[in-house]
Design a protein around this ligand. Structure first.
Ligand code: CA2
Length: 149
């Protein structure tokens, strides 16, 4: 099976290095390891990437159309601003799950709006690193259901 793309947006390279009270102590490398372990327990593989550049994330979503079986995306702050990511996810025509480490609804009002949520199957937020694990489980369920249907 093609890998699941796990895409991470701006500033997530700083995970574990700053603001542990909000985002926890795990580094992005720790998150990647957790994703790889969980994916392999589900029989999936992951292609794990991070970029601070909106256009690079758009290009990776385009790449996923041919090379991935689904997308789990923490688009970081672009979640709240990016029509380009919305359009790319819609065009990807793949199972997609949006995820966030923090509960964005307990935070500033500008984080309460997601421009990408209408372009994905579902949204997971507020569970720290576990949000990635839950997103992979959800993607796996959608992929299996699509195969049966
Ligand atoms: O909770 C999440 O996962 C977010 O996607 C994280 C974004 C934020 O803009 C979203 O509203 C919610 C920010 C990622 C920045 O991560 C940092 C990690 C450590 C230090 C500074 C930033």
């Amino acid at each position: 099976m093609k890998p699941v793309f796990v895409l991470n947006g701006p500033n997530l390279n700083l995970l574990g290095l700053r603001e542990p009270a909000i985002y926890g102590a795990a580094t992005l490398k720790d998150v990647e390891t957790r994703c790889r372990d969980h994916a392999s327990s589900l029989g999936l593989s992951v292609d794990f990437r991070q970029s601070n550049i909106e256009g690079e994330l758009v290009s990776w979503i385009h790449e996923a159309r041919d090379k991935a079986s689904g997308i789990a995306i923490n688009a970081g702050a672009y979640t709240h601003t990016s029509v380009a990511l919305h359009d790319a996810l819609k065009a990807a025509d793949l199972p997609c799950v949006e995820l966030h480490l923090s509960n964005v609804y307990k935070r500033e009002a500008f984080r309460h709006t997601s421009l990408i949520a209408p372009a994905v199957n579902g949204v997971i937020c507020g569970f720290g690193t576990e949000s990635y694990v839950l997103a992979l489980t959800a993607l796996h369920s959608i992929i299996i259901a699509n195969k049966k249907g």
